[in-house]
Design a protein around this ligand. Structure first.
Ligand code: FPP
Length: 228
């Protein structure tokens, strides 16, 4: 590992509280969050970052009111349809992490289409964590390892990485919006040496400028990876 920033993770949070503070519905908050995310992804694709992981729907989020869940699922479908051409123009490659079960068929269809359509792009890789749980990712990896009859003595960090949903480098910097200071079951394996950055800004108000200032702050931190 070196000090270069390759992989940023963002826990997208605060759409609901943003909406409340504006006298709007939670759905309006999610729509504003989604529009903001679209802008932010394009901005980041113009920097030299290689990987961006976004926590947009956790496995636990299925516990929310069915109306909110179904609004979000439809929003994902709309957003994925809408951005497809744009991502091709910006050379962005889309991948997904999470379990496929519980996701409606129309969401899965758009996820697969977007993955297919952007698979040869060589710019920023955006990893959407959708129906994602880090604990389940580790459990699913162990099940696959057993299925492949891999000798457990041979297991090492590189092999483990290959059995996760996506084989990605570690996250260097984690940003969580909305003032909450938790990891909420997000990419716990990949975050092992990440610098953590919490901002009080609700996600719909999180600007490209604030993102850039966090990146600047990251480069001022002294990362020792356990050394001196
Ligand atoms: C957090 O706000 C956000 C979510 C649960 C996920 C929704 C994310 C988006 C709508 C971004 C768009 C992404 C795509 C791929 C279309 P919250 O509801 O937890 O806010 P709160 O904690 O203030 O209630």
């Amino acid at each position: 590992m070196d000090g270069v920033l390759k992989h940023v993770g963002i826990i997208v949070d605060g759409n609901g509280r943003w909406a409340k503070s504006q006298g709007k519905s939670r759905s309006e908050g999610h729509l504003a969050g989604s529009n903001n995310l679209e802008k932010l992804i394009i901005h980041i694709s113009n920097t030299d970052l290689k990987y961006l992981s976004l926590y947009v729907f956790s496995n636990e989020n299925f516990k929310r009111d069915i109306k909110e869940v179904s609004y979000l699922m439809n929003l994902f479908v709309k957003m994925f349809k809408h951005v497809s051409k744009k991502y091709k123009d910006y050379n962005i490659k889309i991948i997904f992490s999470g379990r496929r079960d519980k996701l409606p068929i129309n969401v899965l269809k758009e996820m697969d289409k977007l993955t297919r359509e952007t698979k040869d792009n060589t710019g920023l890789v955006v990893n959407f964590c959708l129906n994602y749980s880090s604990h389940l990712e580790i459990i699913d990896a162990i099940k696959k390892i057993q299925k492949d009859n891999l000798k457990i003595e041979e297991l090492n960090e590189d092999i483990m990485n290959k059995y996760l949903y996506q084989d990605l480098p570690p996250i260097d910097l984690l940003i969580r919006t909305s003032g909450e200071q938790r990891l909420s079951n997000f990419m716990l394996w990949q975050l092992y040496y990440a610098e953590l950055f919490f901002t009080k800004t609700y996600f719909p108000d999180f600007t490209e400028k604030e993102y850039d200032s966090i990146i600047e702050d990251f480069y001022k931190r002294n990362r020792r990876f356990g050394g001196v």
